[in-house]
Design a protein around this ligand. Structure first.
Ligand SMILES: Nc1ncnc2c1ncn2[C@@H]1O[C@H](COP(=O)(O)OP(=O)(O)O)[C@@H](O)[C@H]1O
Ligand code: SF4
Ligand SMILES: [Mg+2]
Length: 374
């Protein structure tokens, strides 16, 4: 690490570059059901995740699949029911406010709604100065002005003097999200947890925010967990993609491979239904069922009530993540070496219809060339 390194965190120089900056092992979260006499929502089950610096990892799934719960567990905004969190390979579970503050400095979160996440009574200057003070100590006078200017410049709000004294209501949704990102950058984090950061923005400005995040991961070497229900944007933006279904990871791999040649029947359905996975019931499944209750999740493979290939094995045993190619896994018994496995067909052919936009389009209609801007 050099003196100009933008992330002068303690002890990093000795860390193995192959070690993920953030890792989750066997993460599980159960929420008690209010008045449910001990019943729980099985929101996240046995999730493993590894994020390296300078990498974008997409977490994709329809609403209710547990994506935000994972983000909140990784941000340590609530405790996990079970599982481990590691930062640079060391246990990272915080106990107490000071340890939490140290952790938050390295792992920052960006929320879906920039309207709700910025306090309407505070100017950009106040919001960013407060974050700078929390994470970098008390800056004053020219040093503070310099830091504010740098932050606004980094999120491409230029010229900075046009924005620094603005209130949130004077900014567009995209500009607000840029301020929220600048607030996160004030901590000089190593990880950004971006929970659906573009889904509430106008389609026309989504690509600008993704390109900004792309720029940050390249220039600042930040690892980004990009949470989305839109698998097309994962292909455009992320190196690797993890697909969730009903609280479990069902497929992982290189984003291009996962979106172009999905292996798990659910991923196939998701690709087919992009960019609107929540509408897949009507178009793809008809009366075949809906997202399962997570209070009493289906036994075995949680996708089995919706899967046209399900056999007894699927209904009784949970499929592990099986290797389905180079650095690819899928949690489907169809890829197991056993006699009682299901025989997989193409879910696209099973349900018919057109192949979805995911294979060809990108957010806001960007061209494939946009991906090369990484
Ligand atoms: N605080 C909570 N209390 C009870 N259930 C919750 C809570 N937060 C999330 N859930 C439930 O956990 C499941 C996963 O939710 P969430 O992580 O928000 O999914 P996603 O972000 O993929 O839409 C849902 O069934 C949701 O209702
Ligand atoms: S074939 Fe079985 S294991 Fe594979 S997705 Fe369908 S139900 Fe799940
Ligand atoms: Mg969510």
């Amino acid at each position: 690490m050099t003196s100009s390194d933008p992330h002068p965190h303690d002890g990093d120089s000795s860390q193995d570059p192959g070690t993920p900056v953030l890792e989750a092992q066997a993460l599980r979260k159960y929420f008690p059901v209010r008045g449910g006499r001990g019943a729980v929502v099985h929101a996240v089950e046995d999730v493993d995740l590894r994020l390296h610096r300078g990498e974008v990892l997409a977490l994709v799934g329809e609403s209710g699949s547990g994506k935000s719960t994972i983000a909140r567990l990784l941000a340590q905004l609530m405790p996990a029911t079970e599982g481990r969190l590691l930062l640079h390979g060391s246990d990272a579970t915080v106990r107490g406010r000071r340890a939490f503050r140290r952790y938050v400095r390295r792992v920052q979160m960006i929320f879906q709604d920039p309207f709700a996440s910025l306090n309407p009574v505070h100017t950009v200057r106040y919001t960013l100065s407060r974050s700078l003070r929390i994470h970098r100590g008390r800056l004053r006078g020219p040093a503070l002005e310099q830091a504010l200017t740098e932050l606004l410049d980094r999120v491409q709000l230029r010229p900075p003097e046009r924005y620094v004294d603005a209130f949130p209501h004077e900014l567009s949704g995209g500009q607000r999200q840029r301020v929220a990102i600048a607030r996160a950058l004030a901590a000089e984090p190593e990880v950004l947890l971006a929970d659906e950061p573009i889904s509430m923005l106008d389609v026309s400005i989504r690509l600008g925010i993704l390109n900004l995040l792309q720029d940050l991961r390249t220039r600042l070497d930040i690892g980004i967990l990009y949470i989305t229900h839109d698998i097309a944007s994962a292909r455009y933006f992320a190196d690797r993609t993890m697909v969730m279904y009903a609280g479990r990871v069902v497929e992982t791999g290189d984003s291009e491979a996962v979106t172009q040649d999905p292996k798990h029947p659910y991923t196939q359905l998701l690709v087919r239904s992009a960019p609107d996975p929540d509408g897949m019931e009507d178009r793809a499944l008809g009366a075949r069922g809906e997202a399962p209750s997570l209070v009493t999740p289906p036994s075995g493979c949680r996708f089995h009530p919706r899967c046209p290939f399900a056999v007894d094995l699927c209904r009784t045993e949970v499929p592990p993540l099986l290797e389905v190619g180079a650095a690819r896994t899928a949690a489907c018994w169809g890829y197991a070496e056993r006699a009682d496995r299901p025989s997989l067909g193409s879910i696209l052919e099973t349900y018919g219809g057109h192949r979805a936009a995911a294979a060809t389009s990108t957010p806001a209609g960007a061209t494939a060339a946009g991906k090369d801007q990484r």
